[in-house]
Design a protein around this ligand. Structure first.
Ligand SMILES: Cc1ncc(COP(=O)(O)O)c(C=O)c1O
Length: 369
């Protein structure tokens, strides 16, 4: 076999994204990828049942106009302010390919969503990675570092992943006004924010340089459907919508089901409220086990395993996995002593706490084998 490399150099050097485990049909309690613990709207089930198979013969409407109109009315913006994408992840890729030159710099915090550096490397751009403070807030010099590196685009995930911390709208408005490039505010988890007044959509559409990322994967229980969308000023949405997007990026089924799910705001809101309630119960119960858990505005909690705990975070992760409970462990610098735990149903959380307590108290395997 020839040893000739066909990949571009930046791709050859790249380590691909490692998603959380997705066991196929195995009976696990899945608290590792921040999916919804509840099914999507029952109206989606009805829409599947009455789906006209005949419509698959044709290509989908290229720009997903009905879905975009529904999103526009939910957020009270114009359809031209919205682009529909194959999950939020496709929007991230489109933002980079549309607005970042190879060799230019992209800003991000450390830690952050681990897909950002990978997509940036695929675009052959460089990274300014700016460490967050100990409490996961933005450092004072954030915008000056972004300016110094002339970042063409900066990613902020808000609420932050993996900490769940929320940056307020005013701080982000000031940040966007201080930097030259585009500010992408990734709101994958914004549905779970407690304050109903937290809403950046008007700020984004009236700005020069802010794009918001939204997804149906978390708050609408549709991670398997792969639908997300971007909201921003028309001059930023338009080139992605009409130049860089794949012609038919969202298939017919995804467009229809996503529209139904998004339109059923009453159902979605009831799910978000339930997740918020379970989040505070789970936070309290994890703290009672001796873990340090920070307040989260997201659908997950970041739990620190203190040094006095007999088992490390990694060992707890492995121990839970052996009990068919998946949580997320990151070997990343500042996360090695932590577990990121998705808020599950009351029953999931109960099981998690049961085995976690048993592991910490050293009786895990005798208790359940
Ligand atoms: C911070 C963040 N942004 C974006 C996404 C993309 O989600 P999706 O492509 O499923 O819409 C995720 C998924 O886990 C995420 O954690």
């Amino acid at each position: 076999m020839s040893s000739k490399r066909f990949e571009r150099q930046n791709i050859a050097k790249l380590q691909g994204y490692v998603p959380g485990e997705q066991p196929f049909n195995a009976p696990v309690i899945k608290l590792n990828t921040n999916e919804s613990p509840y099914p999507t709207s029952p109206k989606v089930q009805e829409a599947i049942a009455s789906f006209a198979i005949e419509s698959l013969r044709r290509y989908p409407q290229p720009t997903a106009d009905r879905f975009r109109s529904t999103a526009a009315s939910v957020h009270q913006v114009a359809r031209e302010n919205v682009i529909a994408t194959r999950g939020g992840d496709e929007l991230l890729r489109l933002l980079l390919t549309t607005f970042v030159d190879p060799g230019a710099c992209v800003g991000m915090t450390d830690p952050t969503y681990s897909l950002y550096p990978i997509l940036t490397a695929i675009q052959d751009a460089t990274i300014a990675s700016i460490p967050l403070e100990a409490d996961w807030s933005l450092p004072q010099n954030f915008s000056s570092v972004i300016t110094e590196h002339q970042c063409q685009l900066t990613f902020i995930v808000n609420p932050h992943a993996p900490s769940g911390r929320l940056i307020d709208a005013e701080t982000l408005r000031v940040l966007a006004s201080e930097i030259e490039g585009i500010l992408v505010i990734d709101e994958a988890y914004v549905d779970f924010v407690s304050d109903p007044a937290h809403d950046l959509t008007q700020l984004a559409v009236n700005s020069d340089n802010i794009v918001l990322l939204r997804t149906l994967s978390k708050g609408y229980g549709l991670a398997g459907l792969r639908v997300g969308y971007g909201i921003g000023p028309q001059h930023l949405i338009e080139p992605m919508l009409h130049k860089t997007r794949d012609s038919y990026n969202l298939d017919v089924i995804s467009q229809q089901l996503a529209e139904v799910a998004l339109a059923d705001q009453a159902y979605a809101k009831s799910v978000w409220e339930q997740v918020r309630l379970s989040r505070s119960d789970l936070c309290r119960d994890l703290q009672a086990l001796g873990l340090q858990v920070e307040a989260s505005e997201s659908n997950f909690l970041l739990a620190t395993v203190p040094p006095e705990c007999p088992l490390s975070a990694e060992t707890l992760y492995e121990g839970l996995k052996a009990r068919h409970i998946l949580v997320r462990y990151f070997s990343h610098d500042r996360l090695q002593d932590k577990l990121r735990i998705t808020v599950g149903t009351a029953q999931d959380n109960h099981q998690l706490l049961h085995y976690l307590a048993a592991l910490i108290q050293g009786e895990a395997f005798s208790a359940s084998t």
